[in-house]
Design a protein around this ligand. Structure first.
Ligand code: EPU
Length: 302
């Protein structure tokens, strides 16, 4: 999708929004998959309501892209533009046991920044790729930690009201890879409350998690992390592995031979390849175990 109207481009400039034309999303996603579209970089949170009103008035469809690490996007010319909040450095500050972090900040960067300030509790999240905003929306978790546990406040743009609002942690539901945020809420900042812990102790915990992750996950390949959520009481990875599907492929989309719930792009995989592989594996698991696996990866189709 192209923003070709000069008046709209001019208005965006006034709102200090940077317009990048024809961006291939293969370069913006950890899977290396996705079509092409215009991208808007929203450098200032305070103009977001005006930008959103402009897009609504001009009937320009959009999607927010965070770190691009848990999303599978269709190929070709996309029917929406992409909005992105560029990261500002450091994008976080500490006050006592509270950490105030921009949604655009890198999740791993947040864990280490807090560690350097002797605040722990998030060691398990260290190797989870992506932005803090994406982690909040999905309630990212690993090795017994999930981000929602520590959230005290979230500042967000609420599309339904057209306003920036602050929501208290107690008013947000954080479940396994799911939250009560509306799909069109835009995460802006979070306040976390973290337990005090000596830096060396946190670093030791981080090392253990890094080692576990390195030994079981294909970290050097293009992936979106786990493709499916684990079913209650079960493990998607183990079931796919038991079905001997490691290495199974459709085009250049392949079930990782390291961790069976990671599907990797081993070359020029398209979204169509990846979706076929996902459906094929889901069908085989359903046939063998009677369990319908639910996507963890977010699919942007239309
Ligand atoms: N297993 C296999 N074969 C495989 C993969 C796993 O037999 O190919 C077995 C393991 O041996 C283990 C069990 O399945 O007994 C569980 O595997 P693992 O410990 O790797 O954890 P997981 O349930 O597959 C979850 C999260 C990961 C997170 C790890 C560590 C989900 C869908 N996945 O994986 O998160 O890193 O635990 O906490 O909840 C992600 O969300 O993208 C992600 C990678």
């Amino acid at each position: 999708m192209r923003i070709s109207d000069k008046a709209v481009a001019e208005r965006l400039k006034e709102l200090e929004v940077e317009l990048r034309p024809s961006v291939p999303l293969t370069e913006k996603t950890s899977l290396g998959i996705g079509g092409t579209t215009d991208e808007l970089l929203l450098h200032h949170f305070d103009t977001i309501p005006q930008v959103m009103r402009l897009l609504a008035d001009e009937k320009i469809p959009y999607r927010f892209l965070g770190g691009g690490t848990n999303v599978l996007i269709i190929d070709g010319e996309l029917p929406w533009i992409i909005l992105h909040l560029p990261a500002t450095r450091p994008g976080m500050r500490i006050e006592g046991n509270a950490a105030y972090v921009d949604a655009s900040a890198d999740l791993g960067g947040m864990v280490t920044f807090c560690a350097k300030n002797n605040l722990g509790g998030m060691e398990g999240l260290i190797g989870v790729p992506g932005s803090v905003g994406g982690a909040l929306r999905m309630n990212a978790g690993a090795y017994g930690t999930q981000i929602g546990t520590h959230v005290r406040e979230v500042e967000l743009y609420r599309a339904s009201s057209g306003e920036v609002e602050t929501v208290r942690g107690n008013d947000i539901r954080f479940d396994y890879r799911h939250t009560s945020f509306a799909p069109d809420d835009v995460m802006l900042r979070v306040k976390l409350e973290l337990p005090s812990k000596p830096y060396q102790e946190i670093v030791a915990g981080i090392r253990v998690c890094n080692e576990k992750r390195r030994s079981s996950q294909p970290l050097n390949q293009k992936s979106a992390g786990c493709i499916f959520k684990n079913p209650p009481g079960g493990s998607a990875g183990r079931m796919i592995d038991e079905l001997k599907l490691k290495g199974h492929r459709v085009g250049d989309a392949m079930v990782s031979d390291r961790h069976a719930n990671f599907f990797v792009n081993v070359g020029q995989a398209t979204c169509t390849d990846m979706l076929k592989l996902i459906d094929d594996v889901r069908e085989r698991v359903r046939a063998a175990y009677g369990i319908e696996l639910e996507n963890e990866v977010i699919v942007w189709k239309n």
